[in-house]
Design a binder for this molecule. Sequence first.
Ligand code: FAD
Length: 316
Amino acid sequence: MKVIDHIKNAKDTLISFEILPPLKGRGIEALYDHLDPLMEYQPAFINVTYHRSEHIFKKKPDGSFKQVIVRKRPGTESICAAIMNKYNVDTVPHLICGGFSINETEDALINLDYLGIDNVLVLRGDAAKNETAFIPQPDGHKYASELLKQVVDLNNGVYLEEDLKNTRKTDFCIGVAGYPEKHFESPNMELDLAYLKQKVDNGAAYIVTQMFFDNAKYYAFVNACRSAGIQVPIVPGLKPVYTQKQLNVLPKTFHIDLPADLSKEMMKCRTNEDVEKVGTEWLLMQSKDLKKNGVPVLHYYTLGRPEIIANVVKEL
Ligand code: FAD
């Protein structure tokens, strides 16, 4: 079922989760162990992130280095199918521009269609680790809006081979990313929203936000979107904090702020357990407030700590 239909049919705020594919070599059981404690909370859908290949340097016995290309977390599409099969829940694979030519994108979409997957979250992806800015693949997409157009084309039965006749029209529900604290490359919020509107006008059915820790920023973002003419559901993305290190890592990695009240409480903690308690309480407070204000879905980035999410959702 499509995410947008889950949202339209819902009587109350829904729950959804986002997971990462397991590290190569670990097997899918690691993922099931992660998901098992969360499934009793009946998520409407589960997102699975996409991780492109990385160039890394490996030291050789003679002390010199060789560059190798590794993909640490492969398998997004097949993991989605496996989760649907095991838990009978809808899945949303993330699909990115980075590392894909348009032909490879089409193949990926055809595979998702064969697997019975109804949803995709289309994203640009970040710069590869060995690059300072995002560089599209030769014959690949530069922006999420271009990738989105390819999905819409396929939904209309338009494939890259123009002479194909009587083609199957796929029927993907397309989500896109939005940034309550602005995308870090964008010169200002106004322009960022204009490009977000372009994605919606081109066919995105809903938006999922980057994580935020101050609900006021989410509400301001929703208001700004509505003023800019963006009317689709805006799903808040939520993540727990559970280490003091994250106070610096999260802003650096995701270009977001942590509120002073939260950072002060975390700094006071003497043990990891205390930090986790503060982070869990903060997430619960955010979740309760968002639910009270009628958000369509609470979308949790579970990222290796399913028990924290389970505790929060249980309280809700
Ligand atoms: P875009 O919408 O293409 O925007 C990128 C930048 O370009 C923005 O600054 C925007 O304002 C600007 N822009 C957009 N269109 C135009 C245009 N036509 N002309 C000029 N400028 C333009 N990354 C992964 O690699 N894998 C994942 O699984 C993944 N999941 C994510 C899930 C969520 C909910 C979020 C919020 C992010 C996720 N990301 C993921 C990270 C994402 O790929 C990065 O944030 C990336 O830098 C931007 O992606 P986007 O789809 O928002 O890009």
